[in-house]
Design a protein around this ligand. Structure first.
Ligand SMILES: NC(=O)c1ccc[n+]([C@@H]2O[C@H](COP(=O)([O-])OP(=O)(O)OC[C@H]3O[C@@H](n4cnc5c(N)ncnc54)[C@H](OP(=O)(O)O)[C@@H]3O)[C@@H](O)[C@H]2O)c1
Length: 211
């Protein structure tokens, strides 16, 4: 697939790109600046033509993935909204509120970041949330990753599309219910950050047991 990563110049974007490129997918890196996008495509050793501004990246991809900080989620989505029509947007946003990132602070309005994204984008874009609990640093490495991915979205077939992309990376993705359940995945990130801090772990993660 041709996967556009919006804000793909950052830690998570580069990590996802690394794993998807290894699986044989084409990656378009979106950014607010062409110069930053080019830096990222050069670091990933892909063609310069795969570097774009976010709105163009949204247009070019078969599917898009949003990897920007929560504070900039809404403004970024406004710039790409038109170009995402009839596509799936994978939202990886975690609504952390620095400096208290070990504390769950879900947005009072909207319930969680993924639901906010769906409200901004409207019915013509199908939002699926994923990747909130996985470390960008691990994704950027070539180490095996012992962390499952919770996938929330209102349509089973859209979740399935995203789960297939997750499995292409060698990870396990789970149907975790409707988009509103993303609140639990988003909240879990603060729990994992607290576990990392209190137990001196670099990258705690989650796996589903009882299978
Ligand atoms: N890091 C992780 O381990 C991890 C894991 C799971 C989920 N997440 C979530 O994934 C998202 C991205 O995390 P990250 O660590 O990759 O973030 P990041 O590296 O801090 O930022 C990602 C990109 O966001 C864009 N950005 C920064 N400020 C912006 C602004 N004012 N307006 C619009 N875009 C802006 C930048 O792209 P340009 O400057 O190129 O436009 C930047 O490269 C966050 O919501 C985070 O909670 C992160």
């Amino acid at each position: 697939m041709k996967i556009s990563i919006l804000g793909g110049t950052g830690s998570l974007g580069k990590g996802l790109a690394n794993r998807w490129l290894k699986a044989g997918h084409e990656i378009i890196i979106g950014s607010r600046s062409l110069e930053s996008a080019l830096k990222a495509t050069q670091a990933l050793d892909i063609d310069d033509s795969n570097a774009c501004l976010n709105d163009e990246a949204a247009l070019l991809g078969d599917i898009a993935c949003l990897t920007v900080p929560f504070a900039h989620q809404a403004e970024t989505l406004q710039t790409v909204k038109e170009n995402l029509k009839n596509k799936i947007l994978i939202d990886a946003t975690v609504p952390l509120v620095p400096p208290k990132v070990m504390r769950v602070q879900l947005p009072k309005e909207g319930g969680c970041a993924a639901m906010i994204a769906q409200t901004i984008l409207g019915e013509e874009v199908r939002v699926v949330s994923a990747f909130q609990n996985i470390s960008a640093e691990l994704l950027q490495s070539s180490h095996p990753i012992n962390c499952d991915v919770l996938v929330c979205g209102d349509k089973r077939e859209d979740r399935e599309t995203v789960i297939n992309l997750i499995e292409d990376m060698g990870l396990k993705g789970w149907h975790a219910g409707p988009l509103c359940n993303s609140a639990a995945a988003e909240a879990l990130t603060s729990v994992l950050i607290a576990i990392n801090k209190n137990h001196a772990i670099s990258h705690s993660g989650i796996t589903v047991t009882g299978v």
